[in-house]
Design a protein around this ligand. Structure first.
Ligand code: IPE
Ligand code: IPE
Ligand code: MG
Length: 226
């Protein structure tokens, strides 16, 4: 493959509908989705991608029913106490973007530890967007930049975004058929290539991921030039 994205963003949508089709509770779909995340992280790293950012919970998702949220928190607990070690063994680092204050304390602690215990000199970074929303992120960055004094430029603003230090995503994939970004990386996606698929996230296999990479490799990115 000629052109490979350095950073891929993934909006993992469609878990609830996938479960509904099977007459199962939404949590069943989230469970299946988590297994996909584990497999896709390994696959992306093997393919030579350096950053994979997965949208796991939006700030708006926090208004979902308590039972669904509890199920999601339990999945985060499970992932960050078990699977994260496998990432470390593959020399992958973990980074969290989002507002940790809105989460149960023990979950926030696990996520923080997941980040802190990451290997130094990792060759791949798995970024989890949890209780994340771009508008809140931009407002926060503007506030922090203003408080620090000095001129507010793109450079200073970028430093204060949750994604400070990460390259912008080259490719954003959304599963589940909706044609929108739902408050995901709005600033960072300025020149990202967008790929939408009807495939529901629990059915989004490595092969489907490769289809998106293949499509990306044929896109002409002009960045405003001729
Ligand atoms: C995406 O799947 C996962 C989260 C938002 C946590 P959904 O739960 O939105 O699934 P659908 O869109 O209802 O099928
Ligand atoms: C976006 O999916 C958020 C995540 C995938 C975590 P939603 O299902 O919340 O988005 P909308 O409500 O369809 O825009
Ligand atoms: Mg959805």
């Amino acid at each position: 493959m000629e052109k490979l994205p350095l950073h891929v963003g993934l909006i993992m949508d469609g878990n609830g509908r996938w479960a509904k089709k099977r007459l199962m509770p939404r949590s069943f779909g989230h469970n299946a989705g988590m297994n996909r995340v584990i497999a896709l992280a390994e696959h992306a790293q093997k393919r030579g991608i350096k950053y994979l950012t997965v949208y796991a919970l939006s700030s708006e998702n926090l208004s979902r029913p308590k039972e669904e949220l509890e199920g999601l928190y339990s999945l985060f607990r499970k992932y960050f106490s078990e699977n994260v070690k496998k990432l470390y063994m593959q020399n992958a680092a973990v980074k969290i973007i989002g507002d940790m204050h809105g989460l149960p304390q023990d979950v926030a602690k696990l996520l923080k530890e997941g980040e802190e215990n990451s290997p130094q000199n990792a060759t791949f970074t798995m970024v989890f967007a949890i209780n994340y929303g771009s508008r809140g992120e931009i407002a926060r960055a503007a506030r922090l930049a203003a408080e620090s004094g000095g001129e507010i430029t793109e450079k200073t603003l970028e430093k204060y975004l949750y994604t400070g230090g990460l390259p912008s995503p080259d490719l954003i994939i959304r599963t589940g058929g909706e044609l929108r970004l739902s408050n995901f990386l709005l600033y960072q996606a300025a020149y990202a290539e967008l790929y939408f698929t009807d495939v529901l996230f629990p059915d989004f296999t490595e092969k489907e991921f490769d289809k998106a990479l293949n499509e990306f490799s044929h896109r002409e990115r002009r960045f405003g030039k001729v």
